[in-house]
Design a protein around this ligand. Structure first.
Ligand SMILES: [Zn+2]
Length: 286
């Protein structure tokens, strides 16, 4: 079954709460990145998990693009989402050298200089927000982003379990945001209630919507499910996008490929899809 974000209103409609089991999505993205360091997989997984929850806040043509710059500023993690739940995420190609990662924690990976940059909106109307990462743990830093940049009291929590072979055996998360006029202490209540009942996440995949609502009602008596947003990995790359790269090939090299009747293969570093340009297609570039 496709992963989804469940959207609910709780606590007298003062808080909007999203919960999600996004194991399939996060597993696909982490495995496509082929990082052999667990800590990079954890960072990527948590970031994409957070962004996948945020996709449920988008409307219409809105998109969200996030760049997390870690302590070593050469190292970045990117995640994008649109309102249809198409999500992608990837590590910068400038990965840190393996030996610099030995035994380090998420806190050390983010360091003192981590930043979050988010661009939200659509073509003509975009909003960019940049904040630091004072908590050095991704979840609280994402919450901090909302407080600083959008003046919205928000709570984001993501959880990942890895199997022995670096695959993600379980990934889930929640997003809770105060609606205008709500009192601040409510988020603490949500955090405590959900964390002491985290079993709900283990069963989200197999529960009917009505059962999820009943379960939420047992924590917050007036819970109301207002929608479900499907989420899935989608790179969005296309053959056309790769034509641009081919223009950087020198004319004499192109002529050689055409003369030798050879194709050029180019592959996307985000999803691994290969695009093959035949000699007749290469001729169009001359
Ligand atoms: Zn791609």
């Amino acid at each position: 079954m496709r992963d989804k974000v469940i959207r609910a209103l709780i606590l007298d409609k003062q808080v909007r709460l999203f919960i999600s089991d996004n194991t399939a999505l996060i597993n696909e993205i982490v495995s496509l990145n082929e990082q052999n360091h667990r800590i990079l997989n954890v960072a990527l997984g948590k970031i994409v998990s957070g962004i996948s929850l945020l996709s449920a806040t988008l409307k219409g043509e809105q998109r969200l693009s996030a760049t997390f710059t870690l302590g070593n500023s050469k190292y970045k993690i990117y995640a994008d989402a649109d309102s249809n739940g198409n999500i992608r995420g990837y590590n910068s190609r400038n990965s840190l050298k393996a030996e610099t990662l030995e035994g380090i924690s998420i806190k050390e990976l983010i360091g003192q200089k981590g930043t979050i940059r988010m661009i939200k909106g659509f073509n003509m109307s975009q909003f960019t927000g940049i904040t630091d990462m004072p908590y050095q743990n991704i979840d609280d830093d994402l919450s901090h982003y909302f407080k600083q940049s959008e003046q919205l009291e928000t709570l984001i929590e993501t959880n990942l379990d890895f199997g022995k072979d670096n695959t993600v055996s379980h990934s889930y998360g929640m997003f809770a945001q105060l609606l205008p006029g709500a009192s601040k202490h409510l988020l603490k209540e949500v955090k405590e209630k959900i964390n002491t009942n985290s079993n709900i996440f283990k069963n989200l995949k197999v529960m009917e919507d009505i059962q999820i609502e009943q379960q939420l009602k047992s924590y917050f008596s007036d819970s109301l499910i207002i929608g479900l947003n499907g989420i899935k990995f989608s790179c969005g790359c296309s053959k056309e996008m790769f034509y641009g790269l081919l223009y950087s090939i020198e004319r004499k090299d192109l002529l050689e490929y055409i003369h030798d009747n050879k194709s050029i293969e180019s592959s996307c570093h985000i999803c691994g899809r290969s695009y093959i340009f035949s000699p007749s297609e290469l001729k169009l570039l001359l």
